[in-house]
Design a protein around this ligand. Structure first.
Ligand SMILES: [Zn+2]
Length: 302
């Protein structure tokens, strides 16, 4: 049988006040899913009262029952794992108030372990969707969003210098709104993400956080074909050249090719059998039209 110490090591729990007994791992059902429960107790002799701060001398504070909380723990394999902590309750003789034992493993009145929160933050730095993080950490998507938002509020971007080569981009986020991001084009590091992409907002961000001297050091700004950026870049970065991202050029060519193909194709959508053959070829082999010329197989003579 593993000792309590072994269990602490396996679960990476540093709090020595959390004690595991024999046969502490059981299987059960929670929210219609099979899951694993690990039972443990949390107890210690408090130094002072959490409510009135009176020092604990001569049993000023005595043990007064327990309270069990179920805490979501980082998942092992595919079975959701919960730590069932039987927390010691204390009663203070001085103020007649009660309070519960605390552990750094989980915040008060919270059912998500700090490990899960750390895991969410680490995962959010990767290109990982909220849905995937929620699945992996066995918490709801709303919880993942809440943890990230809370952490993001603590983070204050350090606006001091801009790289010589920047790239602007935009992407869709919550409820279909668009965000703006600017990136160090050489390293790929995201410098900041703004909650809106309208030119007034973006301009204000750069003018209020970076001096003109800093902005003058920018040599190139890579953008997609969004005309609104192109119009204000010379004002913000007077010495920067604007580069249109080749990805967006290729994308535009692709879209134009497709549109033309559909236009031609529809002309063959008649009751004539020969026309319909051509129509089907144009419809079926649409990918071939987008390939490089030497890779294309000739589509007969249409
Ligand atoms: Zn007290």
């Amino acid at each position: 049988m593993p000792t309590s110490n072994d269990m602490q090591k396996v679960l990476d729990i540093q709090d020595k006040n959390i004690i595991f007994k024999d046969n502490c791992v059981t299987y059960g059902v929670f929210k219609d899913r099979k899951c694993k429960f690990i039972d443990c107790t949390l107890s210690y002799t408090p130094m002072e009262c959490k409510k009135c701060q009176i020092p604990n001398h001569d049993y000023t504070i005595y043990k007064n029952g327990t309270q069990t909380s179920r805490v979501t723990f980082p998942m092992s394999e595919i079975t959701p794992t919960f730590l069932r902590i039987k927390k010691q309750r204390f009663m203070c003789k001085a103020c007649k108030e009660t309070f519960t034992a605390q552990t750094p493993l989980v915040n008060n009145n919270c059912f998500i372990s700090t490990y899960i929160k750390a895991h969410i933050i680490t995962k959010s730095a990767d290109a990982c969707s909220i849905k995937d993080i929620a699945k992996e950490t066995n918490v709801s998507e709303a919880t993942v969003q809440r943890v990230i938002t809370k952490e993001a509020k603590r983070y204050r971007p350090y606006y001091q210098s801009l790289p010589k080569h920047m790239s602007f981009d935009e992407f869709k986020y919550a409820s279909g709104r668009m965000a703006f991001e600017y990136i160090n084009a050489q390293t790929g590091d995201i410098l900041d993400i703004l909650p809106a992409k309208d030119s007034r907002f973006v301009k204000k961000h750069f003018t209020s956080n970076y001096s003109l001297r800093q902005r003058e050091r920018v040599e190139t700004v890579t953008v997609d074909m969004n005309a609104s950026y192109v119009s204000f870049i010379p004002d913000l970065f007077p010495k920067a050249h604007i580069i249109i991202d080749r990805f967006h050029i290729v994308q535009l060519v692709n879209q134009s090719m497709n549109r033309t193909r559909v236009k031609v194709m529809n002309q063959f959508n008649t009751s004539n059998g020969e026309d319909l053959k051509k129509y089907r070829r144009l419809k079926h082999y649409w990918k071939k039209m987008l390939k490089k010329e030497r890779k294309r197989v000739i589509l007969y003579d249409i």
